[in-house]
Structure formats: structure tokens, C-alpha cells
Design a protein around this ligand. Structure first.
Ligand SMILES: [Ca+2]
Length: 481
């Protein structure tokens, strides 16, 4: 179904790089030897548009006590990367364990079954092996689809025994609402809501997932439960108490350095930049405050799931995975959205608690969301399908210094045949655009990617190494078959 992952390629550089590039794509060989163990559970928790903090923006400004609690029970990956910085392509890639170059799903308008009718998600694989699989909230990208196609997009009956989703916006209009763009961008609305968490879609998703965990615990069957929260994605609606955690005067607004390198023409999507350029300081502060309030609201819902694991004593038989679907800009380079190849957009939070893994450790190796499929199959003792793009993270969960893969890659498509790809090997990020523009950033010296060093002659060798990693990716545009 897919083009061969390995194609004979002629590198004009050292054989060592060819080996590294091969590892970059290679899926682990044999199936896990864990088949003799009793089946175990998986709790997959997702947040939407939740960028990773850290680096120059301290994580301490986030009020996320429950994610911190989860991190204390597992490993926090500080360099985890989405394969595409937009909802549907990223989630589809993660659930199929295939790069977007392989799925061909690079927008929010195509359901993957239309393009890949026989592809298998990891929930589907587990379901076929006897796991009960249930999805609550936004896991697959079905929230904004029409009523007519939503059941299909939810993939109920294939990936999930049960799948349900709620609209992203508040179902009521009680509270304070303000559109930060003067109405030009309907999505750009903050809502300081009256009422309780359970009046909101994310509160209802948490409640449904908690009920399901209790039911499944009694049933005694192994399960995969997924809970996908809308926040901090727009519209920026959250109950008032979460806004109160982030007083306006406590917020530090991002300001681009005056010597920031110009972004290449394709680096930032067209369309909304002029609106963002018109934001006042109050608009920017309100945006940041509403985003952080959404993070805290989402975190509180995660806490309800963790409380249930405590109550039912499930930690010793459950793999818990928390991830955002991709990153987000909060004003960096004048952008207040996703869909770029800058670090802020490609990187996203990933925390995994494995009963046999380390507690309270941080892993700084670059990892990718395609690595989650083989992680789940290994944990549950299922045979991994051939041809997956990722590698299991379980060795890193036991020893965060385990060599994993030489880099992580992200794709974006700009329409009209234009696209860009970006790779990072842990210190450097290299980006190539279809118009020939290139970017090279040194995260050790320049974590906010202020100075593009792609034309620095002293870094020509480094650029070649990173180009070799990129050349080893499946081709894009996807060849017709
Ligand atoms: Ca998203």
C-alpha cells in the first residue's frame, strides 16, 4: 500500500550518516517478547494546540499541578515532535504510526479512511486483539466536521467500540466574551465563563471517561480509553476560576528580538498576520491569559482521570500517555497560531507513565509521535505491524539516556505544490522550503530561533548532515501509485 520506506539513495557523504539516516526511518524488528504477560491497559490523554514550555519560557508560568503529578509518575519528553503542526494530519499520523509523507493526509479536510481504506490505527489493532476501546472528546479530528460525516470521522466500529465528541465552544453564553480581532477572525474569542466545569465539553469528556474507567474496571477486560480535550485550542473559553489563576499583571508578553532574522516567505502562513499585527498590548495579554486559563482548565480534567487511576489502583497495569497534538506560537514572530516549522510549533508536550518505567525523570532525546504506536504494541504485548515509521519509547522509559533515533521530522504544506520540511537532531534545527529557502538554528545558543545560520560557511558540514537526515525521509510530494 505504501511506497517502500527504503530506497537506494546515493549519499556523497560519510557512510556513518547513511547508517544514521537509516535508523531515522527504521522500525524495530521483532515483535515484543512480552506476549506471555497478562494484557494491560492504555490511557491516552490528548490536549489540543498545547505547546510545550521550557527553554526561555519557564514552564513554571503554567498552572498544571496534575500534569506535574503525572510527570512525577513517569518520564517527561522535552523534545517530542509532531509530524505535522495541524490537528488532523498530526493525529492521523500518530494513530497510524506513519509519517504524513506516507499517509498523504496534510490537511483537516480529508478523513484518512478515504485515502487509506486498509490502514490500521493502534486502537484498531488492540480492539482486534480483545481490548475494549473507547474514545471521548477530540482524539481523531472530528469536532468541526458536519453532522453528516462525524460518525465516519470518529471511526466508531473500526478504531473504537464507542466514540463520542462534543463541540469545542461553550454551549452557553453566560460570562464575559470578547473577540480579540474585532470579529475579523471568529475563532479568536475569549470567554470567561460562569458555571461549572461539567457545563463545558471538556468537563463532560472527563466525566464520560471516568465513568467508562469505572465500568471497565468492573468488567475485568483489558482496555484502551482515550480522552481528548479541546483546550487550550480556540475559542478560548474556560470557567472563570481558571482565568483567576492567571492575573493579567502576572503575565510576561513575548517580544521578538530586534535582530531576529527575517522569516522565509513560506515560513509563516499567509492570511492572519495583518490581524495579529493589529493586536494591542491588551489584546496580546488577554490572548495569553485565555490560553493559560485553557491549559489550567484542561489540566484539571486530566486530574480527574488521574484521581480515578488512584482510586481504582490501576497504575501498576496501565500505560498512561499524555500529549498535545502539536505546538503553538504565542506571539513569537508576530504569530498567534500553529502551522509553522519553528520549534514552538513542531514541539509538543509528551509525558508517559509506564508501570515498569522510571518515575520523575526527563528525557531530552528527540522523539516523534509516530513512536507511540510501537510503544503501545510493545507494552500490551501485541505484535507490531510491518512498515511503521517509529521506534518504541519503552527503552527510554527505563533509561532516558538510551540511544533512540538521530532526529525528528515535521512537514508542512502551503498549497500550490509548496511545502517545507524540518528536522532536528537535538541541538540543531534545519528547515528546507520548496522555494529553496533554508533555515538553520542552534538551539543551544539560540533556543528561540532568532538567528538563521543557514548561510554560515562554518556550518556547511552540519547543514549537510541534517540534509542527509531529511533526504532519508519518505519523499514528498507523495508519489502517485
Ligand atoms: Ca491541534
Amino acid at each position: 500500500m505504501f511506497p517502500p520506506l527504503y530506497q537506494a539513495r546515493r549519499f556523497r557523504i560519510a557512510g556513518r550518516l547513511i547508517l544514521l539516516a537509516g535508523l531515522f526511518l527504521m522500525a524495530p524488528g521483532p515483535a515484543s517478547g512480552a506476549a506471555a504477560r497478562p494484557p494491560r491497559n492504555v490511557l491516552l490523554i490528548m490536549a489540543d494546540d498545547f505547546r510545550d514550555e521550557g527553554g526561555p519560557v519557564p514552564r513554571s508560568r503554567l498552572k498544571t499541578p496534575h500534569l506535574d503529578r503525572l510527570a512525577a509518575k513517569g518520564v517527561r519528553f522535552e523534545r517530542a515532535y509532531a509530524q505535522y503542526p495541524v490537528c488532523n494530519p498530526s493525529r492521523t499520523s500518530m494513530l497510524l504510526g506513519l509519517r504524513c509523507e506516507q499517509t498523504g493526509i496534510v490537511g483537516n479536510d480529508v478523513f484518512f479512511r478515504q485515502a487509506l481504506p486498509t490502514a490500521q490505527t493502534f486502537p484498531e489493532l488492540l480492539r482486534g486483539q480483545g481490548w475494549v476501546t473507547r474514545s471521548f472528546g477530540k482524539v481523531l479530528h472530528a469536532a468541526n466536521t458536519s453532522e453528516a460525516v462525524r460518525p465516519e470521522w470518529l471511526d466508531q466500529g473500526r478504531s473504537w467500540d464507542v466514540a463520542e465528541i462534543r463541540h469545542a465552544a461553550s454551549p452557553h453564553r453566560r460570562g464575559e466574551f470578547r473577540n480579540l480581532s474585532g470579529g475579523r477572525l471568529p475563532w479568536c474569542e475569549i470567554g470567561i465563563l460562569d458555571g461549572d466545569d461539567d457545563e463545558q465539553p471538556d468537563g463532560q469528556t472527563a466525566a464520560a471517561a471516568v465513568r467508562s474507567l469505572r465500568e471497565l474496571h468492573v468488567s475485568g477486560r483489558p482496555w484502551l480509553v482515550a480522552a481528548g480535550f479541546h483546550r487550550p485550542h480556540d475559542p478560548f473559553h474556560a470557567p472563570r476560576k481558571y482565568f483567576n489563576l492567571h492575573p493579567p499583571e502576572s503575565l510576561h508578553l513575548q517580544a521578538d528580538a530586534p535582530d531576529t532574522s527575517a522569516a522565509p516567505p513560506l515560513a509563516i502562513p499567509e492570511g492572519w498576520r495583518q490581524v495579529f499585527a493589529g493586536f494591542s498590548e491588551a489584546d496580546r495579554r488577554d490572548f495569553l491569559r485565555a490560553y493559560l486559563a485553557g491549559v489550567s482548565f484542561m489540566d484539571a480534567q486530566v486530574g480527574r482521570l488521574l484521581d480515578t487511576l488512584d482510586e481504582l489502583q490501576l497504575w501498576d497495569r496501565t500505560l498512561v500517555i499524555f500529549l498535545g497534538d502539536h505546538g503553538y506560537h504565542l506571539g513569537e514572530r508576530g504569530w498567534w497560531n500553529k502551522n509553522t516549522l519553528f520549534e514552538r510549533s513542531c514541539r509538543a508536550p509528551l509525558i508517559i507513565a509506564d508501570p515498569e518505567g522510571l518515575h520523575g525523570r526527563t528525557c531530552t532525546a528527540p522523539v516523534e509521535f509516530v513512536d507511540l504506536f510501537p510503544t503501545v504494541t510493545e507494552f500490551t504485548g501485541n505484535r507490531q505491524p510491518d512498515g511503521l515509521a517509529g521506534r518504541s519509547l519503552r527503552p527510554l522509559l527505563r533509561n532516558v539516556a538510551t540511544p533512540h533515533k538521530p532526529g525528528a521530522a515535521t512537514l508542512v504544506v502551503r498549497g500550490g505544490g509548496r511545502f517545507g520540511r524540518s528536522v532536528t537532531e537535538g541541538r540543531w534545527r534545519f528547515t528546507r522550503w520548496s522555494d529553496g529557502a533554508a533555515e538553520l538554528y542552534d538551539h543551544r545558543a539560540d533556543p528561540e530561533e532568532i538567528h538563521n545560520r543557514a548561510d554560515d560557511p562554518s556550518l556547511a558540514g552540519r547543514r549537510l548532515e541534517l540534509q542527509a537526515l531529511m533526504d532519508a525521509l519518505p519523499p514528498w510530494p507523495k508519489p502517485a501509485h
